[in-house]
Design a protein around this ligand. Sequence first.
Ligand SMILES: *Cc1c(COP(=O)(O)O)cnc(C)c1O
Length: 392
Amino acid sequence: MNHVAFIPQARTLMGPGPSDVHPEVLTAMARPTIGHLDPQFIQLMDDLKRKLQWAFQTKNTLTLPVSAPGSAGMEACFANLVSPGDKVLVCQNGVFGGRMAENVTRLGGELILLQSDWGRAIDPEHVASMLKAHPDTKIVAFVHAETSTGVCSDAKAICDIAAAAGCLTIVDCVTSLGGIPVALDDWGADAAYSGSQKCLSCAPGLSPLSMSDRAIEVIKNRTVPVASWFLDMNLVMGYWGANTTRAYHHTAPINALYGLHQSLVLLEQEGLEAAWRRHMHHHMGLRAGLEAMGLTFVVPEEERLPQLNLVSVPEGVDEARVRQRLLNEFNLEIGAGLGVFAGKVWRIGLMGYASRRENVLLCVSALESVLADMGAPITQGQALSATMSALA
Ligand SMILES: *Cc1c(COP(=O)(O)O)cnc(C)c1O
């Protein structure tokens, strides 16, 4: 023990998350802790629910932040909605769809797996044909923004097909909320969850979640209790729900919730559409610089996420060494490839507060200088000016 405080070197976070936390969010988190049943805190909870409804674009009364990271939001949806023996169609086009599948089997559900190419969107027609082959399917689950591959799937089209087949839908919006349009009521989605640390400019550890009245009915009519005590929405709503006695369930992460509240205040001040435009604008700037160097995007343009850019590593380059040098010499973090893309791509995030001009300029210039220094086969000298003109 050396009795010395932990003071990290600040970094610029341009990986797949966590992303840069807005300074006002960090300030909010440092405010005095109050009790989790304090009337002031109850007010904050009500305001948080309203702000999350707005961000998700839903009127769902069951809209709240789960007191744990995005993975817990995922688990909450499956644990509450899947009963043993239920057929669940999981659409997988990356890492996170695989985790959904794992949730279904662990809960005793019957997994129907739609496997689709990594780096491509889920084809709604494929969902329709799977549902025709399995007409007794109860739930369709998919990832809106696959962070492992940088792909956006058409949530409305998939939800429409699922609803027409009488299925509930579970949608992973961890990387999409705040970065690209998310509209639960317009989609007709039944359950969706997100994460605080991606496009919301907040610290990791919370999972905004929303469920439709249809989903609540299914939970109320379960014959087998929800296997997870902590994530059982019947119990969580005793604390978070309207017109309840606000019974103690668990101690809310008070200061973390101050942070989430502040991140939503910032999003309100900016406006949802403006935030989506900002993510797209900086993506275009980054893209111009990377392409000017000769790096290529993996995902077809119309399926790309502006907030998560997958580019291929040039021939003969030690990709891990590049990331290490960016971190050591520029305090810049970018992400590695996962699964079938391991060692082949970089994942460059422009999420939330990280999606800003100086980050794009830093990333393009740092990457170009490191690659050039390592003798990589890239075109030199044009990246920064291409980015500047794209951002002009
Ligand atoms: C990050 C992420 C998760 C998991 O969130 P954690 O906060 O890391 O638990 C789930 N789904 C997607 C698409 C993600 O990007």
